[in-house]
Design a protein around this ligand. Structure first.
Ligand SMILES: [Zn+2]
Ligand SMILES: [Zn+2]
Length: 186
């Protein structure tokens, strides 16, 4: 029973990573969905650099999805595994939200933290058709949208505060090998 519940949590997490990719790629960047509430919020996130949709909107959507998804999950997998699956999905959605916000507000620590920022800011500033996953490159690799970041040129107006050295107004020395201020040639 405990093994089944753990497996269900892992499946819920995996499902979120796929949804993270699909929602971002299609709801966020496909022209057909630009006028949807998510599309509008996501265009603003790109245009303003460090703008995030209000947390209350995300909490309402997470609560509604939790309730609605529980019915089919319990019907298919039973109450324990069904609830564990939805809990894994929604909790990892929360982890994604936290990590994405940290990408914009704090420098990365460790291999994963630094990788995640380069992967995500390549999407923001180099090619918005690539690197839609935030927590994992898996679905970019599966769907052929993965690009390996090189030096990322960050427009000064959209630059993350953690990247800037206030003394020089330029990129902090520790990040100079991977980020530069400027506009990406198109
Ligand atoms: Zn972002
Ligand atoms: Zn995007």
């Amino acid at each position: 029973m405990i093994v089944g519940a753990i497996a269900a949590v892992v499946c819920g997490i995996a499902t979120w990573t796929l949804l993270e990719y699909m929602i971002h790629r299609w709801m966020g960047h496909d022209r057909r969905f630009r006028r949807t509430p998510f599309g509008i919020e996501h265009i603003r996130h790109h245009a303003e650099g460090n703008y995030f949709a209000p947390t209350w909107k995300k909490l309402i959507i997470a609560a509604v999805v939790s309730v609605v998804a529980s019915y089919p999950a319990i019907a298919i997998a039973g109450p324990t595994a069904g609830i564990a699956y939805v809990a894994g999905l929604i909790c990892f959605y929360g982890v994604y939200e936290w990590l994405h916000r940290r990408d914009h507000t704090h420098p990365g620590r460790g291999l994963y933290g630094r990788w995640m920022r380069r992967h995500h800011f390549h999407h923001h500033f180099v090619d918005a058709r690539s690197n839609h996953g935030v927590t994992t490159p898996l679905w970019d690799l599966v769907f052929g949208t993965y690009q390996t970041p090189t030096t990322i040129k960050v427009p000064p107006k959209l630059c993350m505060a953690w990247l800037l050295d206030p003394a020089t107004g330029d990129v902090r020395a520790g990040h100079a090998a991977t980020y530069q201020l400027g506009k990406q040639p198109r």
